[in-house]
Design a protein. Structure first.
Length: 228
């Protein structure tokens, strides 16, 4: 450990959607932190993760004697400890809405997740998706459309769901990368949102770091071309 305030323990940046959410939350909190990466599918992966996370899953946030091992819990912990950080909208109605859609993302869209595995390093052909996965994509676009209509502008200027980049955008950022990786056809408003999130500095930093990782998981590397 260093003298930095917290440690965020994550899995491969190329593949780990939940790690991306927790890491983005730490970046949004604008605090010094140490990063530990534990690659997935190695012989010692579970043993190494259990040193930091009692659930044997990542991400995990270590803050002194406090351990928080789930992405949305990390967001809430950081929001409580750093109330001036732009994790949630300040307006109560917008904040409730942001928490609701973040929780929906946290617990849902499993067919889409399974149909479009995360790989931020690649551009891949879209696989055949079942009706449930297509329904998830439609629902996600509806969430984004509704947020832009109801809150973007009134909450502040910016291309994101509630004006500025927030925890709600962090929760959907791995979905953005999936849509980009597989070239998923999107409505104009959703395509513009995807482009904005990919350019967001923290998201771009994550993707660039993923490109430098040495680890390869073959099942997540089907035929395709390197992302340029």
């Amino acid at each position: 450990m260093t003298d930095r305030s917290v440690t965020i323990v994550i899995a491969n940046k190329a593949y780990s959607s939940w790690s991306m959410r927790g890491w983005l939350a730490v970046r949004l909190a604008d605090i010094p932190f140490e990063e530990i990466v534990i690659p997935l599918r190695e012989t010692n992966t579970r043993t190494e993760i259990l040193k930091y996370s009692p659930s044997a899953k990542l991400p995990a946030l270590i803050d002194g004697k406090v351990t928080v091992w789930e992405s949305l819990a990390i967001v809430e912990y950081l929001a409580e400890k750093h109330p001036h950080a732009p994790l949630w909208p300040k307006d109560p109605a917008a904040r409730a809405h942001a928490r609701s859609i973040s929780s929906e993302m946290h617990g849902g869209f499993i067919p889409m997740r399974r149909g479009l595995p995360m790989n931020v390093r690649r551009k891949l052909p879209q696989p055949d998706l079942n009706d449930a996965a297509k329904g998830d994509i439609n629902r996600i676009q509806a969430i984004w459309r509704d947020c832009h209509r109801r809150f973007n502008g009134t909450m502040g200027t910016g291309p994101f769901l509630f004006g500025g980049f927030s925890a709600a955008d962090a929760m959907f950022a791995p979905v953005v990368t999936r849509f980009d990786t597989y070239g998923v056809p999107l409505e104009d408003h959703a395509a513009a949102y995807v482009a904005a999130v990919l350019k967001q500095p923290f998201v771009a930093e994550w993707i660039a770091a993923a490109g430098r990782e040495p680890w390869i998981i073959p099942e997540f590397e089907p035929e395709g071309k390197d992302a340029g």
